[in-house]
Design a protein around this ligand. Structure first.
Ligand code: FA5
Length: 329
């Protein structure tokens, strides 16, 4: 007992060293344990006192070790607590959050704006059937305007949609002759070589309005108000005659931009027109009863103009230095 006491008092114990001491004295072949068999060699009248002596020693040693163990555990806990104390004056961590992609910002803005005008938002598949992408848009097999939409065919009859216009056809069939006012933003695909203003995958936002007495003035005013919402209240637009097989008459719309050096120029942002009677008919509408207009906006174009971006590839190369500039927009 005194030997153990001395060793504990030497100090510098750790929990591990203490355990070694326990084994050394009380373990299976420990110093005290080894004394136990001696009891057999003693005369019967000495056995009880020897047994008591051994037992007392064991109890005392165990208590010494337990006390020391509690001390060590307490010290360890205190050390840990002192290390882990909270320094309320330490500078905080910067939590890095993502940001919406500029194209998502434009799409959300268009959705908010048109929902406010009473439009619904419709969706259609990106892997589209030839039927909706071309035929129901009045571009039959062999139609030369199909060339304008060099496409990625996946099977004989399915392709990656070349524009968002097939959503027009799908929505007309679903609406069964009822009036329509929708926009439909989404991804589109064409076999255009990538350059500063073209991408093989880009976004469009379709618009379609069908009802009684819808006329060209409705289309013009809708586009003018949208341009002013997007680019400011004084913004001028210009409608140029154009051709699309699914609209008649057709126009392309330019928006006036003032460059940094003060010079002005028109920039094309969308195609539009009055829905072609054939398209109405195929969609289940009577062209003598109703009329409609449609438009297809190039979303990247809008984003490039709004945020002054001169290369469309910036949207698709995931450079955080570019993307992080749209925080808080
Ligand atoms: C169309 O795709 C018609 N569906 C638009 C339309 C809808 C007309 C409804 C009438 C009624 P166009 O091929 O011009 O039209 O494309 C429309 C816009 O998409 C273009 O003004 C341009 O901004 C954008 N666009 C076309 N090709 C690309 C491309 N490769 N990369 C980026 N933007 C493109």
């Amino acid at each position: 007992v005194s030997e153990l006491k001395a060793k504990i008092q030497e100090g510098n114990l750790t929990l591990e060293l203490l355990e070694q001491l326990r084994v050394e004295f009380l373990g299976k072949s420990g110093k005290l344990t080894q004394l136990m068999p001696l009891i057999k060699t003693l005369p019967a009248d000495e056995k009880p006192s020897f047994g008591k002596w051994i037992n007392d020693a064991k109890v005392e040693m165990e208590s010494l070790i337990q006390t020391e163990k509690n001390e060590l555990l307490k010290k360890e806990l205190e050390l840990q607590l002192s290390k882990e104390s909270i320094d309320v004056s330490a500078p905080g961590y910067e939590f890095k959050t993502g940001t919406l992609h500029p194209l998502s910002l434009i799409v959300e803005d268009l959705e908010d704006y048109f929902i406010g005008q009473g439009f619904n938002v419709a969706e259609g598949p990106e892997l589209e059937q030839d039927l909706y992408n071309f035929e129901m848009m009045n571009l039959g097999v062999g139609h030369p305007a199909r060339e304008m939409h060099d496409s990625f065919y996946i099977t004989e009859t399915e392709l990656m949609r070349t524009h968002t216009s097939p959503v027009q056809a799908r929505y007309m069939l679903k609406s069964e002759g009822k009036p329509i006012a929708i926009i439909s933003p989404g991804k589109t695909y064409r076999r255009d070589p990538d350059d500063a203003t073209h991408s093989h995958q880009f976004m469009q936002c379709e618009g379609l309005v069908i009802g009684k007495d819808i006329n060209f003035a409705h289309l013009k005013e809708t586009l003018l108000q949208m341009a002013r919402h997007l680019f400011g209240p004084d913004r001028e637009i210009r409608l140029r005659p154009s051709y699309f097989p699914f609209t008649e008459p057709s126009v392309e719309v330019d928006v006036m931009f003032t460059k940094k050096d003060g010079s002005k120029r028109w920039i094309e942002v969308l195609g539009a027109g009055m829905v072609h009677p054939e398209v109405l008919r195929m969609g289940g509408y009577d062209a003598k009863e109703v009329s409609g207009f449609a438009f297809g906006i190039g979303v990247e174009r809008i984003a490039m103009l709004k945020y002054n971006i001169d290369d469309i590839r910036n949207f698709y190369t995931n450079d955080l230095r570019f993307l992080s500039q749209f925080k808080g927009e």
